[in-house]
Design a protein around this ligand. Structure first.
Ligand code: NAD
Length: 271
């Protein structure tokens, strides 16, 4: 599947992907690996996804345990990866946390009682974690004078979560509101991206946000009915449908693009 078009060629890239043990991180890793890149995946622990990548691409996929909220952990991953592979040229800031449907009651309760600790935890991973990865891996790229950083955001960082989508849960007696911290953390990435795009423009490190919409992952039917009814294309995304945008933002095809927000959302924010 190697691309012979130099516009989209990523075969010489050394790619760092955070949250590689998750659904989308593993999908991005596979897209790069199939096109000849070296991929260093970071996460708190390996998963079936990352084990499969390792089995399929033992020569070019490396998994490292790293916590994006810890500068020390990221600096040690950078030292190890520089010794093994060289300075990274692409960074995909994909690690994040959100409140799962099974989150404790108070975390998905009314805004007025949203716990301070949950706010701190989500902002720590999603915003500070991305900031630290940019500082540490992006800093090395800037020193080298080449790189592309992709910050993965969400439609809920551009517009508010649509609380009416969760009405079916409230109708059956649950207290459920999509919490505030995830949305705020994702919108914070938009200006982190712009700040760094300007700051590193002359050092030839491009920084862009990729804003994506919900991915199908066997959600319950009542949720799917509401979500698919709300989105113009009428369906959730497939995990692999964001890979084209990630490859585009990593390659020469987007060489004049920095500080931008590429929105791939099936039309969600067009309404
Ligand atoms: N899946 C969706 O529907 C959707 C929609 C919009 C945006 N996104 C964004 O896409 C990205 C990936 O989503 P996903 O669905 O694959 O999520 P996921 O939960 O499957 O994967 C996220 C990964 O990040 C890792 N992680 C969490 N905290 C970490 C830390 N402190 N250090 C290192 N790694 C850590 C987790 O262990 C996990 O493997 C996230 O940024 C998410 O906000 C996802």
């Amino acid at each position: 599947m190697q691309n012979t078009d130099s516009l989209f060629d990523v075969s010489n890239e050394i790619v760092v992907i955070t949250g590689v043990s998750g659904q989308l991180g593993a999908e991005y890793a596979r897209a790069f690996l199939e096109r000849g890149s070296v991929v260093v995946g970071l996460d708190l622990k390996p998963s079936a996804f990352s084990e499969t990548l390792h089995a399929s691409f033992p020569e070019r996929f490396d998994f490292m345990v790293a916590d994006v909220t810890s500068g020390a952990s990221l600096r040690s991953a950078l030292a190890e990866l520089k010794a093994e592979w060289g300075v990274p040229s692409v960074l995909v800031n994909n690690a994040a946390i959100d409140s799962p449907p099974s989150a404790p009651l108070e975390e998905c309760g009314p805004f007025e009682s949203y716990p301070e600790a949950s706010w701190d935890k989500v902002l720590d991973v999603n915003l500070k974690g991305t900031h630290l990865c940019c500082q540490i891996f992006g800093g090395a790229m800037a020193k080298q004078g080449r790189g592309s950083i992709i910050n993965i955001a969400s439609i809920y960082g551009v517009v508010s979560p649509d609380q009416s989508l969760y009405e079916y849960r409230r109708a059956r007696g649950e207290i459920f509101f999509k919490p505030v911290a995830y949305a705020v953390s994702k919108s914070g990435l938009l200006n982190l991206t712009r700040y760094l795009a300007v700051y590193w423009a002359k050092r030839k490190v491009r920084v862009n946000t990729l804003t994506i919409a919900g991915v199908f992952n066997n959600q319950e039917q009542a949720f799917l009915d509401g979500y698919c009814g709300r989105i113009p294309v009428g369906r959730m995304a497939k995990a692999e449908e964001y890979c084209g945008a990630v490859l585009f933002l990593s390659s020469n095809a987007s060489q004049y693009m920095t500080g931008a927000n590429l929105v791939i959302d099936g039309g969600w924010t067009a309404i």
